[in-house]
Design a protein around this ligand. Structure first.
Ligand SMILES: [Zn+2]
Length: 63
């Protein structure tokens, strides 16, 4: 099941929610304030890395 990220337009609370295909069109209620004015954000799956060192960009100055 895909995990979608939502953000409440009322309080600005961001949360993730497992949404089934059948429930994709149903409105999501904000667990913080209870408002249904939530918008779905583009979830970035590549943001979570385990045991992976961040690549450091080393720029050598021409000189
Ligand atoms: Zn809210």
């Amino acid at each position: 099941m895909p995990i979608y990220e939502y953000r409440c337009q009322r309080c600005g609370y961001r949360f993730e929610k497992l949404v089934r295909l059948a429930q994709a069109d149903q409105p999501v209620v904000c667990p913080n304030c209870g408002a249904d004015a939530t918008e779905r954000l583009l979830s970035a799956f590549s943001a979570r890395t385990t045991g992976e060192a961040a690549t450091t960009t080393c720029s050598t100055g021409g000189g």
